[in-house]
Design a protein around this ligand. Structure first.
Ligand code: NDP
Ligand code: KPL
Length: 321
């Protein structure tokens, strides 16, 4: 049994894809009763490049109803697809209550946080994932699959060699994802992959959010490229201090992502435009925290972080008039 926690863009994509292979083995746990009832009755509609389809599956809210489902049949896999700021006491308490020693927890967020405390509190095996899949939520049971990507899964203890038990567990999920049409692979160094994605996000996301431009526009100006390169130098210095070996051509990858997602509005810009909190605390905020531990100056990250957090406050502030 696979449980997907969070009925957003990514959660609905994984749940619907997996359910298209074996609906009886997938449960989507969402925040509201309204969304759970809608999906259980009408399914999830996915708009693809050229067609649309509806996938039927079960959904419950993450409350007593979810706990009952876990009691009936504990899941082998729990894919956590909520945003970073959703991972807080209430949800962690639910995970503690429903945890089973044989469960596998897959954390699928963009950005970084120290996972040790969370993992120590929740029995089972914990996995980290990095995904380049792209999905947009159009309604409570409706998504657009905006870009085919790949999901890397690895143990947070990597780069230590995985045991044969760990490998066979990982391959059982990878096989299910691949059968469902989602490309997936086992990573022997997921922390390094997370730092690569972090580097991309910590450059593209704050700049596009402040300037209110699409990702591709970052490459149209030499001035913006200079700021991007400064952000790059700062983040790679922090990675080095953390003994993270980033590829030498990572700058090319940052440019590639700008090109490949040239028409996208970054998730941070979308969050601001919709008056939602951003994930910047776990992107540039994480880099600033690590830099400070090593006594490294990251003034450009600090400036952009403050500007985005300022915009976040202004955009999410309740209006009095
Ligand atoms: N979308 C994308 O293309 C990509 C996203 N990611 C990362 O994946 C993660 C998820 O992103 P995305 O799907 O876009 O985000 P969304 O905001 O679309 O989805 C998050 C979902 O989590 C739900 N949620 C929050 N708290 C709870 C709770 N206690 N119980 C149940 N559900 C809850 C929210 O419910 P509600 O709607 O009720 O608030 C929301 O539906 C993020 O870290 C993002 O950075 C990574 C790569 C690509
Ligand atoms: C890769 C990128 C920058 C695509 O928009 C992204 O991950 C995001 O917007 O959060």
């Amino acid at each position: 049994m696979i449980h997907v926690i969070g009925g957003g863009a990514i959660g609905m994509l994984y749940a619907a894809r997996l359910a298209s292979q074996n609906a009886s083995q997938v449960l989507l746990a969402v925040r509201s009763m309204e969304q759970a009832s809608y999906i259980s009755e009408a399914g999830i509609r996915i708009e693809d490049e050229d067609a649309g389809s509806v996938v039927r599956l079960s959904s419950v809210p993450t409350d007593g109803a979810y706990i009952e489902k876990v009691m009936e049949q504990p899941p082998e896999w729990v894919l956590i697809t909520v945003k970073q700021h959703h991972i807080q006491d209430q949800l962690l308490e639910l995970f503690r209550k429903t945890a089973h020693p044989n469960s596998n927890w897959v954390w699928l967020q963009n950005g970084m946080r120290a996972m040790d405390v969370i993992q120590a509190q929740i029995p089972g095996m914990h996995w980290l994932a990095v995904t380049t899949e792209a999905s947009l939520r159009l309604g409570i049971g409706h998504i657009k699959y905006t870009g085919r990507g790949r999901t890397s899964i690895g143990r947070s203890t990597a780069p230590l060699e995985l045991s044969s038990n760990e490998k066979s567990r990982a391959f059982s999920l990878i096989e299910k994802l691949e059968k469902a049409g989602l490309r997936a692979a086992l990573s022997n160094n997921i922390i390094e992959e997370l730092w690569r994605k972090l580097t991309v996000n910590a450059i593209i996301n704050p700049l596009t959010a402040i300037l209110k431009i699409r990702n591709g526009s970052l490459l149209e100006s030499d001035d913006l490229q200079r700021v991007m390169k400064q952000l790059y130098r700062e983040v790679t210095a922090v990675a080095e201090a953390e003994y993270i070996h980033l590829p030498l051509n990572l700058w090319d990858y940052v440019e590639d992502v700008c090109k490949q997602t040239s028409q996208n509005y970054s998730s941070t810009l979308q969050d601001l435009m919709n008056g939602r909190p951003t994930e910047l605390d776990w992107m540039n905020g994480f880099i600033i925290e690590k830099a400070s531990e090593h006594g490294i100056e990251v003034p450009t990250h600090q400036m952009l972080y403050s500007l985005v957090k300022g915009l976040e406050t202004v955009h999410t502030k309740p209006k009095s008039d």
